[in-house]
Design a protein around this ligand. Structure first.
Ligand code: NAD
Length: 263
């Protein structure tokens, strides 16, 4: 009987710079989850393009991660067309919220939110896929939400936009698969960012409650884990979807919801 070195069937452990040579575009990269994604992708070796309507914030983050800032209003299709197309990783993250009952929801605000959170991701996917297809590798990460999977009162535009993003992501997964391109949603519950700090104030006004009660009794009412998620935890999930062990993961929505969906 001969003996030899044991052959492992496990995939190799990722090196810390496994995204070296890859270019990434992160929308809404100037703040919150987008900023955390830019940091995580840069730490893994990617060159990161930080796109945000807030130019100063985009510059700050780009400087911190050694990336490139792009000042862009994603509601403007012509401006979206100026963003770099030769990217291997696209993180559709920019978003905004408006809280109001359907009967009082401003139609122009509804339309703006669809432009930023649905049309811009569509345009960016459309204009970056040719490069990913040429390289035979690409990663599209769409920042959805638990509200891409379920509804809450007063969030008609947001829930509609995130459900649309989930559908767009699935179509991208189906079309991209033959070219080595995956597309997935990351779907967090409430994350500790300026967007949520603003929502706590809005919900407090809408419900006539204190900010503390809104956090425990409204925002986290359906979450068994009673804490806000940190932006770095969301970024870690986005990074994993771009890593060496997730090529078979596509067309999914990855909930980071503290058990909300299970309860
Ligand atoms: P944030 O407000 O901290 O950051 C959003 C960024 O998007 C800002 O830098 C803002 O300037 C940018 N942005 C907004 N409108 C833009 C436009 N028209 N053009 C270009 N940039 C624009 O928000 P966040 O909490 O980090 O949210 C990021 C994403 O994560 C959003 O899509 C949001 O829906 C999603 N999300 C957030 C939470 C949460 O609890 N914070 C939960 C689930 C999903």
């Amino acid at each position: 009987m001969t003996t030899g070195p044991a052959r492992s069937t496990a995939a190799p452990a990722p090196s810390s710079a496994y995204l070296r040579g890859r270019a990434a575009l992160v929308t809404g990269g100037g703040s919150g989850i987008g900023r955390a994604c830019a940091v995580a992708l840069a730490e893994a070796g990617a060159t990161v393009h930080v796109a945000d309507v807030d130019g100063a914030a985009a510059e700050r983050v780009a400087a911190a991660v050694g990336g490139v800032a792009h000042v862009v209003d994603l509601a403007d299709a012509a401006a979206v067309a100026t963003l770099p197309t030769a990217v291997d990783i696209l993180v559709n993250n920019a978003g905004l919220q408006h809280v109001a009952p359907l009967t009082a929801f401003p139609p122009e605000r509804f339309a703006l939110m669809q432009r930023v959170m649905v049309t811009a991701p569509f345009l960016l996917i459309r204009q970056t896929l040719p490069h990913m297809y040429d390289r035979g590798w690409g990663r599209v990460v769409n920042m959805s939400s638990v509200h891409g999977l379920r509804a809450s009162a007063y969030k008609s535009a947001y829930v509609a936009a995130k459900h649309a993003l989930e559908g767009l992501s699935k179509v991208t997964a189906v079309e991209g698969a033959p070219y080595g391109v995956t597309s997935n949603c990351v779907s967090p519950g409430y994350v500790r960012t300026p967007l949520v700090e603003g929502q706590i104030q809005d919900q407090a006004a809408a419900h006539g409650m204190s900010a503390e009660d809104v956090l425990s009794e409204v925002l986290l009412a359906r979450s068994p884990v009673k804490r806000l998620i940190e932006p770095a935890e969301v970024a870690a999930a986005a990074l994993w979807l771009c890593g060496p062990h997730s090529g078979h993961v596509t067309g999914i929505s990855l909930p980071l919801d503290g058990g909300w969906g299970a309860s």
